[in-house]
Ligand binder design. Sequence first.
Ligand code: NCD
Length: 309
Amino acid sequence: MADLLGRNLLEPGDFSAEELAGLFDLADVIADAPADFDRRAVGKILATLFFEPSTRTRLSFEAAMLRLGGQVIGFSEAGSSSAMKGESIADTVRTVACYSDIIAMRHPKEGSARIGAIHSNVPLINAGDGGHHHPTQTLTDMLTIRRKMGRLDNLTIGLAGDLKFGRTVHSLINAMKIYPNIKFVLMSPEELKVPDFVKYDIQSGNGSTFVETTDMQGAMKELDILYMTRVQRERFFNEEDYIRLKDRYILDNDKMSYAKEDMIVLHPLPRVNEIAVEVDSDPRAVYFEQAKNGMFVRMALILSLLGIE
Ligand code: NCD
């Protein structure tokens, strides 16, 4: 994995299919025997700069570094950083790069990770930049798909919910379009359709195609994967629109009855109402396993960007 040494991860397309495969192979090895890796990053420091709330992403990054024997510094809200005093992203990152070996940063503004990376002399990982991208969630999603389905090509992937503001949706499409024969079924209310930059992304893929529909039940039977998402309340301009749209797509046992026996349901979490709790006990619901995979793939990513064997 020496070729990832010192690189940044700003969007999934930053890594080639071969580099991704190497990362997933390593994540599989780690998942099988995590204790074998518990001294690999001794003496290394991860900085987590979270200007926006997070549970899984921040804690799985921190758990990943701690399980590798490294240490973690950082903040979990902008209010406890010098951003409150008006410090720029560039200056914050430049400073933190003096104290750490690798940085994971989440920020509400699109493009913030790229600004950070320009000013960092240690690898910077985008842990979510506004409604734009969230590449490590995508690594999590892809590792789960690979472990469950045994492949990353020839898949029909349904994405439902907030396809406009959902950065995990944009990143998953950006990543999966490079594999042969991927069909995306995009299910959302009219107001929450994928932005044009994502459609262009699909068209520039390896023969990937998409259809847009508002009919989730009708689409269920053809899906290999169903990727559910939360309506992104914090990115709406007014609360009435959020309330009107938030419960438009709810996955329940009735809808699951139309799906293939071996379809899998993914969700980046947190869930609000979009998956009924009754679905959790369906063996096809793998979102908590997906959350666990997130830690293993972040362990693999940290090791690779730091160039540790
Ligand atoms: C996602 C995010 O932050 O974009 N959460 C996560 O990182 N697992 C999805 C979401 O917040 O809806």
